[in-house]
Design a binder for this molecule. Structure first.
Ligand code: NAD
Length: 419
């Protein structure tokens, strides 16, 4: 394929494939194999009729995209979002393929989505929606076929409903989903895992590159499962969180925010906005605040070619999935801003999902210390691989991470002998 110059107007799937193509070309992967790795292996779109509390029936649309299963069962979260769409789900499924390969866990990549606004549905409506969605996609799921997990708008409760709906069809199968409540076979440490994994990754990267991380100022966009844990745990590295935002806006204090207090405030008020001892900042402005490390932990495509020129951080650690467009990625590179990519930084979530699945299969439980210790091992090894590859081949960390992921998937396809 002829390389095209990236733009912010690319769709999400085009953007992920732009990164894929860049690395696959450099690795010299043959065109036929590239084609097989670029496209999802299976896509399913389903209609989900749900009786609402007011007695009316509403038909929702749901997706499950299985991008690549060469290295193991398909694995990836399910998001409930009003703007969930097939192209985005494809992009996220593809990222899962490269992420599980970079983390070196025995899974392929998948993603799912339901077009809905979970905030406007009651718990019983969400329960019915979830059950019907799982019934409609159950024939492509399985603990050795495809294992969903939470993502934006879904949580441990959603996973409990999914496990129950699948169990009604196939019998008790805790390994069918990860991110479940601990009482139903969930793993200790799963909720904190993407944030904790980010901290292990940054710690290893700083040590390998001699980056003085102690005392650095951090801004976190998004204060949900990933962002709130990243903000809570990054203090362990001696970092100071100076800015935090959620969908309603942001707060900034250059002397540092007390993250536990922000969390308590956000839980009682439904947002970080209005927190005392901080200035109010807009969501867009937050990304451009003076800081050392910027952690986008909310949604995709927030760092674009135009605002990338105004980012003041020295390091961008992508906790969200594809928060940076390929055009912005080039701008950050030109400006010498270090970018540590999503498929490495936020892999902690799927690594602990792997531990949960493995514990479910063995009908055994690890304590939280063991989960965290094993997570540290996986995150540090993955970080070392990316840093070493980037240095050896004189490429960006993103290109290095994609190269490692693509090489592992290509090798698995070759060994299986199905092309
Ligand atoms: P979440 O729903 O728990 O939290 C999302 C947060 O982002 C909320 O605080 C929300 O208010 C905020 N937000 C939404 N839109 C925003 C905007 N435009 N500007 C600023 N803030 C905004 O979701 P999450 O599970 O924390 O996921 C966040 C990101 O991390 C997503 O990209 C997701 O795909 C990715 N991720 C999640 C996991 C996981 O296990 N949950 C693992 C890896 C990656």
């Amino acid at each position: 394929m002829t390389p095209v110059a990236p733009t912010d107007e690319m769709s999400s799937f085009e953007a992920v494939n732009w990164f894929f193509d860049q690395s696959a070309r450099r690795l010299g992967i043959n065109e036929e194999l590239q084609e097989l790795m670029r496209h999802p292996w299976r896509e399913l779109t389903v209609s989900i009729p749900v009786r609402l509390d007011n007695g009316k029936v509403k038909v929702f649309t749901g997706y499950r995209v299985q991008h690549n299963g060469a290295r193991g069962p398909y694995k990836g979260g399910i998001r409930y979002h009003p703007k969930a769409e097939l192209d985005e789900v494809r992009a996220l499924a593809s990222l899962m393929t490269w992420k599980t390969a970079v983390a070196n866990i025995p899974f392929g990549g998948a993603k799912g989505g339901v077009v809905c606004d979970p905030g406007s549905l009651s718990q019983s409506e969400l329960n019915r929606l979830t059950r019907r969605y799982i019934q409609n996609i159950a024939h492509v799921l399985g603990a050795t076929r495809d294992i969903p997990a939470p993502d934006l708008g879904t949580n441990a409760q959603t996973m409990a409903w999914m496990m129950d709906a699948y169990g009604q069809l196939h019998g008790y199968t805790p390994g069918i989903v990860t991110g479940k409540p601990v009482e139903l076979g969930g793993s200790y440490g799963r909720e904190a895992a993407p944030g904790r994994g980010l901290v292990y990754c940054l710690e290893e990267w700083a040590s390998l590159t001699h980056f003085p991380i102690q005392g650095t100022k951090v801004v976190v966009q998004g204060f949900g499962q990933v962002g709130s844990w990243a903000a809570r745990l990054i203090g362990d590295l001696g970092c100071i969180v100076v800015g935090i935002s959620d969908i309603n806006g942001g707060i900034y204090n250059p002397r540092g925010l007390n993250v536990q207090d922000v969390l308590a405030y956000s839980l009682s008020h439904g947002s970080v906005v209005g927190f005392a001892n901080a200035d109010a900042v807009g969501g867009t402005e937050l990304l451009e605040l003076p800081c050392d490390i910027l952690i986008p932990a909310a949604v995709e495509n927030v760092i674009r070619a135009d605002n990338a020129r105004r980012i003041k951080a020295k390091v961008v650690a992508e906790a969200a999935n594809h928060p940076t467009t390929p055009a912005a990625d080039l701008v950050l590179q030109e400006r010498g801003i270090v970018l540590i990519p999503d498929i490495l930084v936020n892999a902690g979530g799927v690594v602990v999902s792997y531990f949960e699945w493995a514990q479910n299969i063995q009908e055994f439980r690890w304590d939280e210390d063991r989960v965290n210790q094993e997570l540290a091992v996986f995150m540090k090894q993955a970080t070392q691989g990316v840093v070493e590859t980037a240095k050896r081949d004189n490429i960006s960390y993103r290109e290095a991470a994609f190269s490692i992921g693509i090489s592992r998937v290509a090798r698995a396809i070759e060994l299986r002998g199905f092309v």
